[in-house]
Ligand binder design. Structure first.
Ligand code: F0G
Length: 450
């Protein structure tokens, strides 16, 4: 008999969460202009806005933090951090940054310029913004299956390799400074990329002498999906799989706020010593000296331990199972989600959920608002508000923080979603009353159309 998959930890320190009434939430939502980023976190009961920096650290991480060496230069914590990153990622140069987007900014400001194209399976919003900021074009090349929310495919995060070859032929390799693969594919539904696809993308990139980089935020979850789903990897450890993934690329950007199991931090890796020197020069300008890069020594310690813990099999087993539990329980009742469930999040298909609300009236934002009103749950729209009218899908992401919520919290989330599903026809669309010139979803204000 198979037994319940339990949280592979016990709770030593608790953080109370606060109930609000529906009337209070109605006022709070209106005051936040229907944008959940503008809520106070204490007015949220279950916060699924992001899995970034919101994880719970382990006793091992907290004790490592006490060993933080806060020396400005040559800190021992940096040595431990570098050794831990090197052992998994395998790149020669490891440059700490305060979070993932700082690594992106440094990388793209050195290697990309106006007229360049940067392909990815799907760019995350900060990656796209950093590429566009230097005048280059960010191009998404997911496989066709990746654009169909309801379609099941084991590796929906894969890149369309033929489309990559066509792009390189069309614009010329000299205008493609970098090929990127995001593991797992966050904006495409938290879906994994297969080892076979990584090998093929690597081969095409190498043929054209274009470096391949990973956006490695959720590398451990991707490695575990390969173990579960790709023939030939069942008996390998997640760490061995991660090492093989990274071996096909020339570097990576990383937000340690995800599979780094830390509350802040990131890094930039490369095998190119010359480029690394220029990156470190730029790092000093804005982030800090190369042995701390905008982080405290204790943060480096937390990451050094965190990337190892993210690869523990007990943890990954529970992690992937609990996300799938949420997804399967609502999908079984007819709620349209991106199938199959992703690693760090479940994505509701807002166009399928609210067919009466056109994309121009932000169905994802309307649905996120309804989940908050119903049960104090905070989620995030990934759709027309985030990407503009060109958005391929209108999704609502329920991102699950690492090691934070228990199964009863997840059961509660399932109940609230099903209650909203039952009265979905009452939900109304929204219109914008304020938008910023870029990354508008963080600060946008909206109002009800009715
Ligand atoms: N790449 C991906 C795939 C991400 O998901 C994120 C962040 C970043 C890069 C940037 O990293 O936040 O450390 O600067 N994603 C968070 C999210 C914000 O909610 O998905 P960062």
């Amino acid at each position: 008999m198979s037994r319940t998959i339990i949280e592979p930890f016990r709770i030593k320190s608790i953080e109370p969460i606060r109930w609000t009434t529906r009337e209070e939430r109605e006022d709070l939502l209106r005051a936040a202009h229907y944008n959940l980023f503008l809520l106070s976190a204490e007015d949220v009961l279950i916060d699924l806005l992001t899995d970034s920096g919101t994880g719970a650290m382990s006793t091992r991480q907290w004790s490592a933090m006490m060993n933080g060496d806060e020396s400005y230069a040559g800190s021992k914590s940096f040595d431990r951090f570098r050794a831990s990153v090197e052992a998994i990622f395998g790149y020669r140069q490891v440059i700490p940054t305060h979070q993932g987007r700082a690594a992106e900014r440094i990388l793209f400001s050195l290697i990309a310029k106006k007229g360049d194209r940067v392909p990815n399976n799907t760019h995350f919003d900060t990656t796209r913004a950093n590429i566009e900021f230097v005048g280059a074009e960010a191009i998404d090349l997911p496989i066709a299956e990746g654009r169909e929310p309801r379609l099941k495919h084991p590796f929906k995060g894969n890149m369309d390799v033929c489309a990559l070859e066509r792009l390189i032929d069309r614009v010329g390799a000299e205008h493609v400074p970098l090929v990127m693969l995001t593991v797992t594919n966050n904006s495409g539904g938290g879906q994994p990329v297969s080892m076979e696809n990584i090998r093929q993308v690597s081969q095409v990139s190498r043929q054209h002498k274009i470096p391949l980089y990973f956006d490695a935020c959720r590398f451990a979850e991707n490695a575990y999906f390969i173990k579960l789903r790709e023939p030939g990897f069942q008996s390998k450890t997640p760490k061995e799989i991660a090492q093989e993934m990274f071996s096909y690329a020339d570097g990576c950007t990383m937000s340690a706020k995800k599979d780094g199991m830390a509350n802040i931090g990131g890094f930039l890796c490369t095998n190119d010593d010359h480029l690394a020197q220029r990156e470190k020069d730029l790092l000093i300008l804005s982030e800090g000296y190369p042995t701390y890069g905008g982080l405290a020594g204790r943060d480096l310690e937390a990451i050094a331990v965190g990337i190892e813990e993210a690869l523990e099999e007990d943890y990954l087993h529970y992690r992937i199972a609990s996300t799938a539990y949420l997804g399967n329980h609502i999908a079984d009742q007819g709620v349209p989600i991106v199938e199959p469930p992703g690693g760090h999040a479940i994505y509701l298909d807002a166009r399928g959920f609210l067919p009466h609300i056109p994309s121009s009236e932000f169905p994802g934002v309307a649905l996120a608002g309804a989940l908050y009103l119903e049960g104090g749950i905070r989620s995030v729209e990934i759709g027309t508000l985030m990407f503009g009218p060109a958005a391929q899908m209108d999704l609502v992401r329920l991102a699950v923080p690492r090691r934070v919520y228990t199964q009863s919290h997840i059961d509660y989330v399932v109940e609230v979603i099903l209650q909203v599903w039952a009265k979905r026809e009452q939900i109304r669309g929204l219109r914008l009353s304020y938008e910023a010139p870029f990354l508008r979803h963080f600060t946008a204000r909206l109002e009800s159309v009715s």
